[in-house]
Design a protein around this ligand. Structure first.
Ligand code: GLN
Length: 429
């Protein structure tokens, strides 16, 4: 069956293989030295199965695709407040190497342009540049699921020629944004940009973000979901530089490009994509990479704002087990909107029952908001002279610690709950 998906990818890659627009990055000779026609496409499912098409094993430097990962690492290690004090989250509409800070805060506008990325490097803890880089290198490798190498020639060349980045780092120092020596921070930044990846590594790194910080291939958690949520947010708003608006409209996937020719794209909860093609457009985004992502999104329906169905029909069945006792069976993932609908339905039916039984054993996932709303339902029913029973064998709504608060209304099977409801009605006439 995997051939079907493979055919899709091969077909989409073939469609764009003839495109020769754009030019390879040439600000350092090492980047100009690549095969301009190199073209790889990889897709990782959220459970870690990887499809590859074309030059998916060709290594190239990660360049700016490093930015969301170092930002995530800084958030993880230094905390959101410390990071927010030094780096904004507003799209700049500027080129990636603009020498700029926000007019009022005097901090970089976002972590996806060089200014913000250099500031993010300085927020990663480490007593020496080696320590700091070690932490970054380890993090990227954990996201990719293998030990990544460095392209030493690219690193040396970036370091020898990086006047513009030096200008940015010294500017940041003058505004008090860098907690360390500009040249030490830059050294780590140049090293992180020189880490070598394949399109498959990128797909795996993307899948790790898609899974909220768990690498699906290794099963290892590399960071938490809150950090990933923030990293994906800035990828949506600033990931494709000044092409961000066009990207969100046409492709609709949090993404990041690099001048090495890579693009990473994430469909949260579903999959990760990595593309490699070193011919770049004027903004520094891979020409074929952008086109492939556009096609993938269109043909496979990956736009993250696609509204396919109401995602909150949480009630799978509603029936009476006897006169006065109504059962509501819930299923699927229960978040705020679903819980709201459940409460409203139970409230609307109130004249039809004396005891409502909420059966939640088929609920897959539930968040804190939904949990609190369902837990609070009983109080509301009691105020109206009704009772609410809960069938919750796996403690999805009622946490084991608070089980005693639900004494007499918490059951492990629907039969037990129905029996108890009947007895109670008999007792009370
Ligand atoms: N090393 C490059 C730089 O800092 C990365 C830029 C990019 O990939 N857009 O200029």
């Amino acid at each position: 069956m995997a051939e079907l998906v493979q055919q899709y990818l091969d077909q989409i890659r073939d469609e764009h293989a003839g495109v020769t627009d754009g030019a390879v990055a040439s600000y350092i000779p090492e980047l100009a030295n690549v095969d301009p026609m190199g073209f790889g496409l990889s897709l990782s499912s959220s459970d870690g199965f990887v499809y590859e098409s074309g030059d998916a094993a060709t290594e190239f430097t990660i360049q700016s695709i490093s930015k969301p990962f170092t930002y995530a690492l800084a958030l993880d290690q230094a905390g959101h407040d410390a990071v927010d004090a030094k780096i904004g989250v507003e799209p700049s509409g500027e080129a990636f190497n603009e020498i700029s800070v926000d007019d009022t805060t005097k901090t970089p506008k976002n972590p996806m342009i060089n200014a913000g990325a250099i500031a993010a490097v300085s927020l990663v803890p480490g007593a020496t540049p080696d320590d700091r880089f070690g932490c970054i290198h380890e993090f990227y490798s954990a996201c990719a699921g293998r030990r990544l190498d460095i392209d030493h020639a690219v690193y040396a060349s970036e370091k020898a020629t990086g006047s513009r980045n030096r200008a940015i780092a010294y500017m940041l120092q003058s505004f008090g944004v860098l907690g360390d020596e500009p040249d030490d921070v830059l050294d780590v930044y140049f090293r992180q940009c020189s880490i070598k990846v394949t399109s498959t590594d990128l797909a795996r790194m993307a899948a790790t973000l898609a899974r909220g910080g768990i690498n699906p291939a290794t099963g290892r958690r590399v960071t938490d979901a809150k950090v990933v949520q923030r990293a994906l947010s800035v990828m949506v708003t600033c990931g494709m530089y000044d092409a961000a608006g066009d990207w969100v409209s046409a492709v609709g996937l949090p993404a990041k490009s690099g001048v090495g020719g890579g693009i990473i794209a994430v469909l949260p909860g579903q999959l990760g994509i990595g593309v490699y093609s070193p011919l770049l457009d004027a903004k520094g985004n891979s020409v074929r990479g952008v086109r492939v992502c556009r096609s993938l999104s269109e043909k496979l329906g990956l736009h993250f704002l696609t509204v396919t169905r109401e995602s909150c029909s949480a009630i799978r069945a509603r029936y009476d087990v006897c006169d006065g006792v109504r059962v509501y069976e819930l299923h699927g993932d229960l978040l705020f909107a679903g819980a709201e609908q459940v409460l409203r339905t139970i409230e609307r039916d109130r004249d039809d029952y004396r005891i409502a039984i909420l059966e939640v054993s088929r609920v897959d996932d539930i968040n804190d908001a939904a949990r609190e709303m369902l837990a609070g339902m009983r109080t509301v029913l009691n105020t109206a002279g009704k009772e609410g029973f809960l069938v919750d064998p796996d403690n999805k709504v009622v946490r084991p610690a608070s089980e005693q608060d639900y004494d007499a209304v918490l059951f492990s099977t629907l039969d037990d709950a129905a029996e108890a409801a009947r007895r109670r009605l008999d007792r009370h006439g």
